[in-house]
Ligand binder design. Structure first.
Ligand code: ADP
Length: 159
Protein backbone atom coordinates (compact mmCIF):
# COMPACT_ATOMS: atom_id res chain seq x y z
CA UNK A 1 0.00 0.00 0.00
CA UNK A 2 1.16 3.46 -0.95
CA UNK A 3 0.86 5.40 2.28
CA UNK A 4 1.90 9.03 2.80
CA UNK A 5 2.29 11.16 5.89
CA UNK A 6 1.10 14.79 5.68
CA UNK A 7 2.82 16.44 8.64
CA UNK A 8 2.20 19.94 9.94
CA UNK A 9 1.03 22.07 12.80
CA UNK A 10 -2.42 22.72 11.27
CA UNK A 11 -3.25 25.53 13.69
CA UNK A 12 -5.88 25.53 12.30
CA UNK A 13 -6.43 23.27 9.28
CA UNK A 14 -7.27 25.43 6.23
CA UNK A 15 -8.85 24.98 2.81
CA UNK A 16 -5.27 24.86 1.48
CA UNK A 17 -4.45 21.81 3.62
CA UNK A 18 -7.77 20.17 2.74
CA UNK A 19 -7.12 20.59 -0.98
CA UNK A 20 -3.65 19.02 -0.74
CA UNK A 21 -5.05 15.98 1.12
CA UNK A 22 -7.93 15.52 -1.34
CA UNK A 23 -5.59 15.68 -4.31
CA UNK A 24 -3.06 13.49 -2.49
CA UNK A 25 -5.72 10.79 -2.33
CA UNK A 26 -5.51 10.56 -6.14
CA UNK A 27 -1.89 9.50 -5.74
CA UNK A 28 -1.74 7.63 -2.43
CA UNK A 29 -3.94 4.83 -1.08
CA UNK A 30 -3.85 6.26 2.43
CA UNK A 31 -2.83 9.56 4.00
CA UNK A 32 -1.90 9.98 7.65
CA UNK A 33 -2.43 13.59 8.68
CA UNK A 34 0.09 13.98 11.49
CA UNK A 35 -0.20 16.93 13.84
CA UNK A 36 3.26 17.64 15.24
CA UNK A 37 3.39 18.44 18.93
CA UNK A 38 5.87 21.22 19.53
CA UNK A 39 6.18 21.94 23.24
CA UNK A 40 8.01 25.26 22.55
CA UNK A 41 5.11 26.66 20.54
CA UNK A 42 1.78 27.29 22.21
CA UNK A 43 -0.72 27.44 19.38
CA UNK A 44 -4.06 29.20 19.09
CA UNK A 45 -5.95 25.89 19.10
CA UNK A 46 -5.11 23.00 21.41
CA UNK A 47 -3.85 19.76 19.90
CA UNK A 48 -7.22 18.18 20.83
CA UNK A 49 -9.13 20.91 18.97
CA UNK A 50 -6.92 20.58 15.88
CA UNK A 51 -7.40 16.80 15.87
CA UNK A 52 -11.14 17.21 16.31
CA UNK A 53 -11.38 19.67 13.37
CA UNK A 54 -9.44 17.38 11.03
CA UNK A 55 -11.43 14.30 12.08
CA UNK A 56 -14.64 16.20 11.42
CA UNK A 57 -13.48 17.25 7.93
CA UNK A 58 -12.52 13.70 6.91
CA UNK A 59 -15.11 11.75 8.90
CA UNK A 60 -16.47 10.14 5.70
CA UNK A 61 -13.05 9.37 4.21
CA UNK A 62 -11.68 6.03 5.50
CA UNK A 63 -8.45 6.53 3.55
CA UNK A 64 -7.44 9.41 5.83
CA UNK A 65 -6.36 8.97 9.43
CA UNK A 66 -5.41 11.68 11.89
CA UNK A 67 -2.74 11.34 14.54
CA UNK A 68 -0.34 13.33 16.67
CA UNK A 69 3.38 12.81 16.93
CA UNK A 70 6.49 14.08 18.63
CA UNK A 71 10.05 13.79 17.45
CA UNK A 72 11.33 13.50 13.93
CA UNK A 73 8.79 13.26 11.11
CA UNK A 74 10.82 10.55 9.37
CA UNK A 75 10.86 8.39 12.51
CA UNK A 76 7.12 8.68 12.89
CA UNK A 77 6.62 8.07 9.15
CA UNK A 78 8.57 4.82 9.37
CA UNK A 79 6.78 3.71 12.54
CA UNK A 80 3.44 4.14 10.80
CA UNK A 81 4.53 2.39 7.59
CA UNK A 82 4.45 5.50 5.40
CA UNK A 83 6.40 5.31 2.17
CA UNK A 84 6.26 9.03 1.33
CA UNK A 85 5.98 12.45 2.91
CA UNK A 86 3.38 14.75 1.35
CA UNK A 87 3.81 18.54 1.46
CA UNK A 88 2.13 21.48 -0.20
CA UNK A 89 3.91 24.33 -1.97
CA UNK A 90 2.55 27.83 -2.35
CA UNK A 91 5.52 29.99 -3.27
CA UNK A 92 9.21 29.96 -4.11
CA UNK A 93 9.88 30.70 -0.43
CA UNK A 94 7.99 27.52 0.51
CA UNK A 95 10.07 25.62 -2.01
CA UNK A 96 13.39 26.85 -0.62
CA UNK A 97 12.35 25.98 2.92
CA UNK A 98 10.94 22.59 1.96
CA UNK A 99 13.82 21.65 -0.31
CA UNK A 100 16.38 21.47 2.51
CA UNK A 101 14.04 19.54 4.81
CA UNK A 102 13.12 17.06 2.07
CA UNK A 103 16.75 16.49 1.13
CA UNK A 104 17.77 15.93 4.75
CA UNK A 105 14.79 13.63 5.30
CA UNK A 106 15.78 11.63 2.23
CA UNK A 107 19.37 11.37 3.41
CA UNK A 108 18.34 10.31 6.93
CA UNK A 109 15.65 7.81 6.06
CA UNK A 110 15.47 7.14 2.33
CA UNK A 111 11.93 8.55 2.35
CA UNK A 112 10.99 10.75 -0.59
CA UNK A 113 8.83 13.83 -0.25
CA UNK A 114 6.10 14.45 -2.83
CA UNK A 115 5.06 18.04 -3.38
CA UNK A 116 1.75 19.26 -4.69
CA UNK A 117 1.47 22.85 -5.87
CA UNK A 118 -1.47 24.64 -4.35
CA UNK A 119 -4.26 25.84 -6.60
CA UNK A 120 -3.77 29.54 -7.46
CA UNK A 121 -6.56 30.79 -5.19
CA UNK A 122 -4.93 29.10 -2.18
CA UNK A 123 -1.56 30.81 -2.60
CA UNK A 124 -2.27 33.44 0.08
CA UNK A 125 -3.96 31.04 2.51
CA UNK A 126 -1.98 30.20 5.60
CA UNK A 127 -2.78 29.24 9.18
CA UNK A 128 -1.09 32.29 10.69
CA UNK A 129 -3.30 34.70 8.67
CA UNK A 130 -6.36 32.71 9.76
CA UNK A 131 -5.21 32.98 13.40
CA UNK A 132 -4.70 36.71 13.02
CA UNK A 133 -8.19 37.22 11.56
CA UNK A 134 -9.76 35.12 14.35
CA UNK A 135 -7.72 36.89 17.00
CA UNK A 136 -9.27 40.18 15.88
CA UNK A 137 -12.76 38.64 15.64
CA UNK A 138 -12.85 38.82 11.86
CA UNK A 139 -14.52 36.39 9.49
CA UNK A 140 -12.08 33.71 8.31
CA UNK A 141 -14.81 31.40 6.93
CA UNK A 142 -13.55 31.38 3.38
CA UNK A 143 -10.18 30.03 4.51
CA UNK A 144 -11.40 27.12 6.62
CA UNK A 145 -13.06 23.93 5.37
CA UNK A 146 -16.87 24.00 5.26
CA UNK A 147 -17.17 21.17 7.82
CA UNK A 148 -15.59 23.27 10.61
CA UNK A 149 -16.62 26.81 9.64
CA UNK A 150 -19.43 27.16 12.15
CA UNK A 151 -17.44 25.66 15.02
CA UNK A 152 -14.42 27.89 14.38
CA UNK A 153 -16.68 30.93 14.17
CA UNK A 154 -18.30 30.13 17.51
CA UNK A 155 -14.97 29.44 19.20
CA UNK A 156 -13.52 32.72 17.94
CA UNK A 157 -16.56 34.67 19.18
CA UNK A 158 -15.97 33.26 22.69
CA UNK A 159 -12.40 34.52 22.80
P1 ADP B 1 4.23 23.72 9.12
O1 ADP B 1 4.03 24.25 10.50
O2 ADP B 1 5.05 22.46 9.02
O3 ADP B 1 4.56 24.75 8.06
P2 ADP B 1 1.55 23.88 8.25
O4 ADP B 1 0.44 23.45 9.13
O5 ADP B 1 1.71 25.33 8.09
O6 ADP B 1 2.82 23.18 8.76
O7 ADP B 1 1.42 23.24 6.81
C1 ADP B 1 1.54 21.86 6.54
C2 ADP B 1 1.76 21.65 5.05
O8 ADP B 1 0.70 22.26 4.33
C3 ADP B 1 3.03 22.30 4.50
O9 ADP B 1 3.54 21.46 3.48
C4 ADP B 1 2.55 23.59 3.89
O10 ADP B 1 3.39 24.01 2.85
C5 ADP B 1 1.21 23.14 3.36
N1 ADP B 1 0.31 24.26 3.19
C6 ADP B 1 0.00 25.22 4.08
N2 ADP B 1 -0.89 26.10 3.56
C7 ADP B 1 -1.15 25.67 2.29
C8 ADP B 1 -1.95 26.18 1.22
N3 ADP B 1 -2.66 27.28 1.32
N4 ADP B 1 -1.97 25.48 0.05
C9 ADP B 1 -1.22 24.36 -0.07
N5 ADP B 1 -0.42 23.85 0.89
C10 ADP B 1 -0.38 24.50 2.05
Amino acid sequence: MNKAIFPGSFDPFTVGHENIVLRGLNIFDHIVIAVGINSDKRGMFTIEQRLHFIKEIFKDEPRVSVETYTGLTVDYAKQTGCTHILRGLRTAADFEFERAIAQVNKQMSGLDTSFLLCIPEHTPVNSSIVRDILHHHGDASMYVPVAIREEIKQLSQKR
